[in-house]
Design a protein around this ligand. Structure first.
Ligand SMILES: [Zn+2]
Length: 418
């Protein structure tokens, strides 16, 4: 294993070193790709594309069981290849690394961070602000805490030799990536705002907890890190590849102008909570609109409609609801009106008192009154469309003719922070 590891490492160093000479690499890859089919191994054309996009330059490819072995060491299974292909061809997902920080269920893991010597106080203040922003995320199972002890989990330092303006390391073995390096010139320049500097810091912390670039596939980034370790890319439901509001895209995505970080956008919150929820019974309440009739539908199960199927288009999230009862919670029932429009209510047996409704089981558990971190859900009805529920008190969807209602149906948990 040692020799083959070395082989892999040198392979990546080679591809890493020549990454600036793009033309040469492409030329070389084209040669390899032309040569490969002549091997005795029958190669899936998608695997050739995988090699090219992952910037893997090697002729040592073997078919082994249900996959390919690259360089005698790295196995890419057919299943992983299918997953990769799906990501490449599905423009709708933000992605995370396969390995993230491990936290026992229903617990909060404290992550300590330390500033290396010579970290300017002004930069330390910004980092502390961003850490507080992460700590303010509700139901988040990581807690960042500054330390002066040298056995910190995460070291923050200034380094003028890094390739960009910030660098964060990937999580490894269930632990947070152990370093963030920031360019002292860019961070010291008064022409970059505090908001821009916080954006870079929040972005790098994202890498340390397992965020891939939202546009990693478009940006041509592979599934391995610069040490040849497999980091992978797993899909995060209800997020979008290349989401313009996400802070986790690649540098070129922002056209070299770093945006300001002020507060969390909901898709990044959904992604963070997908990876790091303390109470995993709290679920995003995915909402859909029928593409044929305009009425709404809801589920906590992403697999039911995903980004849209069975004539339902993904609309967004109506807060969070619970999959099991909580103190003071009430059950949310699903009904269907005889017109076909889905409906939901905290009233049990509605189909008994109003026979034009049929019963479709329960959706989850919500609250009938206001409380900490709860958000009202407003109910609307349009005789020529159907029912619609929203957490937005001035939702555009119900501004047209025919909509009546607007009363509070129940309270869900808010998407936002503490
Ligand atoms: Zn990045």
């Amino acid at each position: 294993m040692k020799t083959t590891k070395k082989l892999i490492l040198s392979l990546f160093i080679v591809s890493f070193c020549i990454s600036c000479q793009v033309d040469e690499v492409l030329e070389e890859q084209n040669e390899i790709i032309e040569e490969l089919p002549e091997n005795e191994v029958e190669i899936d054309p998608r695997f050739l594309e995988f090699l090219e996009k992952s910037k893997i330059v090697t002729k040592d490819i073997q078919r082994f069981n249900d996959g390919y072995i690259i360089g005698g060491d790295v196995l890419v299974t057919d299943e992983k290849l299918n997953e990769w292909w799906e990501i490449q061809n599905n423009p709708n997902y933000q992605s995370k690394t396969v390995s993230i920080v491990s936290v026992p269920n229903n617990q909060v893991r404290t992550i300590t961070y330390r500033f290396a010597p010579f970290t300017p106080i002004a930069t330390q203040v910004l980092v502390n602000d961003v850490m507080a922003k992460y700590n303010s995320i509700r139901n988040f199972n990581l807690k960042f805490q500054q330390t002066t002890s040298t056995n910190q989990d995460l070291l923050i330092s200034m380094n003028s030799l890094i390739p960009g303006i910030g660098l964060g390391s990937w999580p490894f073995n269930g632990n947070i990536g152990d370093s963030i390096e920031l360019d002292p010139i860019w961070f010291g320049s008064s022409s970059n705002s505090d908001g821009q500097k916080k954006f870079v810091i929040a972005h790098e912390i994202g890498h340390c907890i397992g965020f891939r670039h939202g546009d990693w596939a478009q940006a041509g980034e592979g599934l391995f890190d610069e040490f040849g370790r497999f980091i992978g890319a797993e899909l995060i439901p209800a997020t979008f590849e290349g989401d313009p509001f996400s802070i986790y895209n690649s540098g070129p995505f922002y056209n070299s102008t770093v945006p300001n970080f002020t507060d969390w956008y909901y898709t990044d919150l959904l992604a963070i909570r997908f990876m790091y929820s303390k109470d995993k019974t709290e679920k995003p309440f995915y909402s859909y609109i029928s593409t044929s009739t305009g009425w709404a539908n809801w589920t906590t199960n992403w697999n039911t409609y995903g980004y849209g199927n069975l004539q339902y288009g993904y609309w967004g999230v109506t807060g969070y609801i619970y999959s099991s009862p909580k103190p003071g919670s009430t059950t949310l029932y699903k009904y269907t009106h005889s017109s076909g429009t889905p409906y939901m209510s905290t009233t049990p047996n509605l189909h008994v008192s109003i026979p034009s409704f049929s019963y479709n089981g329960t959706l989850g558990h919500v609250f009938s009154g206001p409380g900490a971190s709860r958000t009202p859900v407003y109910e609307w009805y349009n005789p020529s469309v159907g029912y619609f529920f929203t957490t937005n008190a001035v939702d555009n969807y119900v501004q047209g003719p025919g909509w009546i209602g607007g009363g509070i149906a129940f309270y869900a948990m808010s998407l936002g922070t503490l």
